[in-house]
Write a new protein. Sequence first.
Lengths: 434, 343, 267
Amino acid sequence: MTIDETRAAVHFKPLNVGRWIVWGLFALLLIVAPLWWTSGFALTMLSQMGIAIIACLAYNMILGQGGMLSFGHAVYSGLGSFLAIHTLNLASAGKLSIPVSLVPLVGGLAGLFFAFLLGYVTTKKSGTTFAMITLGVGELVWSMSLMLPEFFGGEGGISGNRVVGNPFLGITFGPQIQVYYLIAVYCYITTAAMFAFTRTPLGRILNAVRDNPERVEFVGYNTQIVRFLAFMASGFFAGIAGGLAAINFELVTGEVVGAHRSGAYLLFVFLGGATFFFGPIIGAILMVIALVLLSEWTKAWLLYLGLVFLFMVMYAPGGFASLIMMNLRVAAFGKLRRLWTSYLALLGTGLTVLVGGAAMVEMTYHLQMNAAMGPDVRFMGVKLDATGLDAWFGAAFTMVLGIVLFEFARRAFRQEWDQTQEEIEKEIKRRESL
Amino acid sequence: MDQVLINILNGISAGLLLFMLSSGLTLIFSMMGVLNFAHTSFYMVGAYLAYSMSQAVGFWPAFLVAPLVVGVMGAVFERYALRKVHKFGHVPELLVTFGLSYVVLEVVKLVWGLSNVPFSPPEVLQGSAFTVMQSSETGLGLMLGAAPKALCVGNDTVKLACSTFPAARFFIMAVAVVMLLFLWLLLTRTRIGLVIQAALTHPEMVEALGHNVPRVLMLVFGSGCALAGLAGVIGGMTFITEPSMAAIVGSIVFVVVVVGGMGSLAGAFVGSLVIGLLQTLPLTVDHSLADAARSLGWAVTPQTFGYPFLKITLSQAAPILPYLLLVLILIFRPKGLLGTRED
Amino acid sequence: MSQQHRPSTKGLALELIDIYKSFGKTEIIRGASLSVAQGERVAIIGPNGAGKSTLFNLISGRFTPTRGEIRLMGQRIDGRKPFDINRRGLARSFQVSNLFTRLSAFENIRCAVLWSMGHRYAFWRFLADLDDVTERVDEVLEMIKLDKKRDHLAMNLTYAEQRALEVGVTIAGGSPVILLDEPTAGMSKSETTRFVRLIREVTEGRTLLTVEHDMGVVFGLADKIAVLVYGEVIAFDTPERVRADARVQEAYLGSVLADQQVASAAA
């Protein structure tokens, strides 16, 4: 069950119509989304998603397309944020006349500049060493942010005002909806640009460097320069995301260059799927949902996230995107109907395990963190007495039962899946020989 | 002078603790090609486990048992998680340890709480190992244990100063040196060490010769984690045991390994000492580039270009010095100080 | 071989002048020298462990010689990076197929021609618009008979197809000097015969250096044979004269030839 077999079959030779439809739908979605989900909260989420999409796609330029694992990419989006907010403040003070809509480009140029400066040293090595260097450089910048309050604003960060200058056609960027559409425009353009990049000589050679850096050298390319250029491009787009974030939140603190942010990029791009272009888009949406919603619902969100991530690395290293593509392939051969019952069984038993496990985790967290608030935990609309044996026994029993049933469901699914894949392989071979 | 000596010793003890961590990391990396991102997580677990155990059975049993428990945890993780992603390549292996670090951190916070726990050294290790005394009359002197006040407080004619070296830090150095020797002997003088060295470069051949290579790798990973756990026990009791201890040491350990040279134990040793000293010695220097410039007669004011940089004292800059060293090494000697393998 | 420093002679595609290579204390190549004229086809043979692959690695830039010079069309290339050497006109294949496994056959060849066709690090043009590249890639695919499999991932090709693609990636860039490392390794008799014909076609007009074990291939393909034993070139001449050389017979060829004579006598 590898992703690559999927790729061979799903290598669309799209009629341009197909491509126009996809990009048209994307634009439509961006335009229509806030008209559908109209609450202020939804608008905030959508704005953040737009920014996250740019940042995650930028990160995947080096991870998924270049095979470079970076633990410190927040440096470039973060420094973009800082330069953007300083530019905003200069504009507010009248020292610089620049329209707010161009401020994200300032962020982009900052990201590009620092990717040039730091990237030269970073891309000297590849693989695991590269990863460690990015960690070190990330810590370096983070530590410096604590030492230079003039630029980084110390504890409180740097704040700004996005309503600056004369309104253009009535647009002041005061209301969130206007900021959303600014983000949406940048999101669309940068996504198109990053997609176009994959279709250029540099983009293709970057893929080759990912797959076999040694051979690339033997066909005339200096792999270090290839990786350096990709790194700079990635930094540029990350900086744009940072600039938009500065405008959106009107506040930039040191944590935007920190290890947590970098880790989040890695985690969610991987979760979304690094091997497909649209994977990071899924990852970005998940990232905003997790960071904004999940963290509200439960204190154990980071634990859940870590476990989901572990699970994905072990069983689905291509992320959600690869899962979707695999099932699309099955659907393309008309065999998805057959798997419905298996999927349902998996879902049902999986949920049972989750409910039981989550109940125990929540109760533990409650005992540890909120003990002062009494023994009762609200879990999925039900009150559980965290100190009582009943709740624990119930939760443990649910989880164990779920695990047992899940294992049965999984085996049945595995059989059906393998059989389906075999049939598909046969069909492909049959079509080839025609 | 006494202060300087003690500072150097502090730096060396910090470096040796770093070496305990970086050696385990290097071993695992050399043997398995896996960079264990969760290495310092095992360090943290070792500290916390030892704390809990020492509450129940006292420090010394905890000191012996906690690392073993951590080693077993590491072996279990290798067997059930790491081995599974081995076929996907090195990046997924790194990612699985990355995910583990998140999970371990959360579990530790869950079990032991968010703030630090009062893990302190046992009676015998509290207090000073020895004292260095500086007298304007007799020069430097050394005394075991803590020196009496009379030898430390001077008057107008005789200037006296004392600096103590904590017993706990001395213990770190002792354990680190013993462990290093043990490791070296194990790898070069025993049969299992020979098998490990062979499995490093020719795992299939070694397996064909009848050795259980997966088991050897599990053993190596577990041992590396046990080393980290041991470092955690002594580090946690000497310094502070809190949830962020893994992250704080984590990035430094990686810097050590890159600076020393990936895959080189000797390099890890040299790198650890250098970084240990680099982190400790500058802490006593409260001068900045601006101060230095002023002492040379240049006028440096808040209006001078780059003043925000110039006014940073060396002690304030101490946290970034290892990373600056990393960048410099990468520019001028990318293989690392004693690096052998290019990866 | 001569210890003097010889001035480079024009017209020589490749020169190895007194090459030494040690790994730690082990000396693999000890004073190997070779001069290959332009357009020549040279086969390098020798017992296992003689250093043939090491020699290729030295020439193509994977390793740096401990001592000695390597010249490509008169210019020194020892110590240079692989991409530098490739840009100067030398391309090599690998004994174990070294392809871009997750890219299709078409993409593999395309990656091999992009630099030589001048597109460098361009990110302002679409690959799809580069008609000259597409034409060239299709040409090469036809030459190596993989035009029907152009969209198949390299990892999904058969072994022989992968070896063909390997050669394709090597010659696609148009390098005048080609190094093929055991191109027919692992192939059956019929596959080998077909493959030798393929190699002859695609290396038409170029200088070819190939490491081979199969004597049939060697005698069928090569103008000259270089015999490498213990890191030294002990003979470099036409196949007939090498066959007759007593040192070669003693060191290497004798037993093999005897087997072949017996086999052909029995046939």
